[in-house]
Design a protein around this ligand. Structure first.
Ligand SMILES: O=C(O)CNC(=O)[C@H](CS)NC(=O)CCC(=O)C(=O)O
Length: 286
């Protein structure tokens, strides 16, 4: 079955971002994809002060309702990252899996928050707006395979991917909004490493371009197979400058597709049975 990952540029206008996402879902469905995953924070990317105002509980979100309707219309599985209201001040960074019937099958709240102060790069304190999740969810059964949900910065913590593989994951998802600097240095290497060491397909949808005058994302949405081969990659684009007070140019959003082949996954695992070779007698096994 064909899986798709999206590459788009969410800004502060949730209604507009929804139109872009709905359009990408419809196009992926028409292209024959059985599943499309949209990036982290597809509902909006805005300054910390706007996060509480724009976040919604999952059951009272026009954005989530719109995505559910698109999944149903396109008869396609949809994954999407959104801001879910946690309390008056903060949200959860939530990765949703929605069935072709339009139901939320899983809602994973990002465990690891991006609190960093990178010299010459980003100073971001995600915990100022976001409450960390408390649990890893068992991989969700879909016609493409069993899918483990993670988000963005979680990519740097191999323990969670190994744990999901241990629980039967055949596909891992990392909807993301990587920064330019860390993306250029680490994004592809980390994704391929996670795919190779867990022997799973990795779906990595990505925010791309300028969200505001001060915030840009790296893009390079990827699909990697269990052997570590990059099967598909979003087209590179020159970031567009966004002026103060403007919402930036309209971005239509793109997607790329690749075949998820579980017999190929099984053959990589049979040929190199890493899970039977772990040395639990020497180090703790997850
Ligand atoms: O802020 C929002 O609304 C949406 N969330 C994000 O964009 C998050 C937290 S700021 N970004 C990352 O985790 C980037 C990780 C990264 O770039 C790395 O690990 O190098």
């Amino acid at each position: 079955m064909l899986a798709a990952v999206a590459q788009l540029c969410s800004r502060s206008n949730v209604a507009h971002n929804l139109l872009v996402c709905k359009n990408v879902i419809a196009r992926a469905s028409a292209a024959g994809a059985g599943l499309i995953w949209l990036p982290e924070a597809s509902d909006f990317i805005a300054g910390p002060a706007d996060v509480p105002r724009l976040s919604r509980p999952l059951e009272r979100s026009e954005f989530v309702d719109g995505i559910k309707a698109s999944a149903k219309e396109g008869r396609i599985w949809v994954g999407v990252g959104v801001h879910e209201t946690a309390d008056e001040k903060r949200c959860y960074n939530t990765n949703l899996l929605i069935s072709p019937e339009g139901n939320i099958v899983q809602a994973y709240r990002k465990l690891h928050l991006f609190d960093v102060n990178i010299k010459g790069g980003a100073v971001i304190l995600e915990s100022s707006t976001t409450v960390p999740g408390k649990e890893l969810l068992p991989p969700a059964k879909t016609p493409l395979g069993k899918i483990g949900l993670l988000t963005c910065y979680d990519l740097r913590f191999p323990e969670v991917s190994l744990s999901l593989r241990r629980q039967g994951a055949q596909i891992l998802t990392y909807p993301s909004a990587f920064t330019l600097r860390t993306g250029a240095a680490h994004w592809e290497t980390l994704l391929r490493a996670r795919a190779i060491e867990t022997q799973t397909y990795v779906l990595a949808p990505a925010q791309i371009g300028s969200h505001s005058p001060t915030r840009q994302s790296y893009g390079h949405a990827l699909i990697v197979d269990p052997w570590g081969t990059v099967l598909a990659q979003g087209t590179d684009r020159q970031p567009v400058a966004v002026k103060e007070g403007e919402d930036g140019p309209v971005d239509e959003g793109t997607f790329v597709t690749a075949e998820v082949d579980l017999s190929w996954l099984e053959s990589t695992r049979e040929g190199m049975p890493l899970w039977e070779q772990r040395r639990g007698d020497v180090y703790p096994v997850l």
